[in-house]
Write a protein that binds this ligand. Structure first.
Ligand SMILES: Cc1ncc(COP(=O)(O)O)c(C=O)c1O
Length: 300
């Protein structure tokens, strides 16, 4: 196993600082919700994950917009607009003194009633931030991680809100990830309901074939913000980028495989099931370009 720690200490509920909750900064340990919250029972929560580099959240407004869009997919509107979410995040990062870290905005329906119906239930939003330099170890970045194909599949778009960053969809990711780790892999590769290549449990998938990038279209999974950034970087570097449906058999033709995600950044994959890949020059060049891009000042 090359992955980083999976258990953090101290527990997340027992930390210092503040959390932004429904428009106010509250002491970290007081940022609680009731056990009879609708979001907990009926899986309506949506969330985001952003990274902070040198004190600055990367692509902040894109993440705030996606949180609002995810909530809409789940049938509710956030009580704060995108500008207010941006401001809350910026201020949480500042107050927490985060240099290189992570931000977790989350929204859920509250405890007004317990019934499947979501109509009229209050909506709550929180943003928390903490220092968190790396997900995978330096060794994993260098050598790549190992994926095992999961028996769980990404659902069809008419059976789940597949484009939302919806907490309910992460039930699959947790099942897949835990099984992969039990089997000695670092992460799971999920196929979609048609048996095509989809993504990992928290990151999108790219194959390098004949020196060009190939990635499946995000029609059953999250269209990652990192994925978009990496596709832009590849095109800027003169690489061909093909977004197309892909069968698992295409892994046999891949020279390199890597994952992209806010937390994973550009993460090389050294093996899928029994098949080994090198960590090649395309992956390394894109990882370096991404590491530069996240620390560049945003265009004014
Ligand atoms: C299931 C899943 N797919 C893909 C991604 C990549 O998305 P992004 O690059 O926006 O972080 C994530 C991470 O947020 C994820 O959890």
């Amino acid at each position: 196993m090359t992955s980083a720690t999976s258990v953090t200490s101290p527990a997340f509920e027992d930390r210092d600082g503040v959390v932004w909750l429904d428009g106010a900064f509250v002491p970290w340990r007081d940022a609680r919700l009731h056990v009879l919250s609708h979001g907990l029972h009926y899986g309506g929560a949506v969330f985001e994950g952003l990274r902070v580099y040198g004190g600055r959240p990367f692509r902040l407004t894109d993440h705030s917009r996606r949180l609002a869009a995810s909530a809409r997919e789940l049938g509710y509107e956030l009580p704060f607009d995108v500008a207010a979410l941006d401001e809350a995040t910026t201020e949480v990062v500042r107050r927490q003194g985060v240099g290189d870290g992570y931000v977790r905005p989350v929204a859920w329906r509250g405890s007004d009633h317990i019934s499947v119906s979501g109509a009229g239930v209050s909506v709550h939003v929180a943003v928390a931030a903490w220092e968190w330099p790396h997900v995978f170890s330096a060794e994993a970045k260098e050598r790549g991680i190992r994926l095992g194909t999961s028996r769980w599949r990404r659902p069809a778009p008419d059976t789940a809100p597949v484009r939302a960053k919806a907490a309910s969809l992460y039930a699959l990711c947790t099942l897949a990830r835990d099984a992969a780790e039990r089997d000695g892999y670092d992460d799971a590769l999920l196929l979609d309901f048609r048996g095509r290549l989809a993504e990992a449990t928290g990151a999108n998938l790219f194959l390098v074939i004949d020196g060009a990038l190939h990635t499946p279209p995000p029609d059953t999974f999250l269209d990652g913000i990192t994925r978009r950034t990496v596709m832009d970087l590849a095109r800027e570097a003169g690489l061909a980028v093909s977004e197309r449906p892909m069968e698992p058999g295409e892994l046999a033709r891949a020279e390199e495989v890597f994952l992209t995600g806010t937390a994973y950044e550009v993460q090389p994959v050294r093996a899928v099931d029994g098949r080994e890949f090198g960590v090649g020059k395309v992956t390394r060049a894109l990882a370096e370009a991404y590491a530069r891009r996240v620390r560049e000042a945003p265009p004014s």
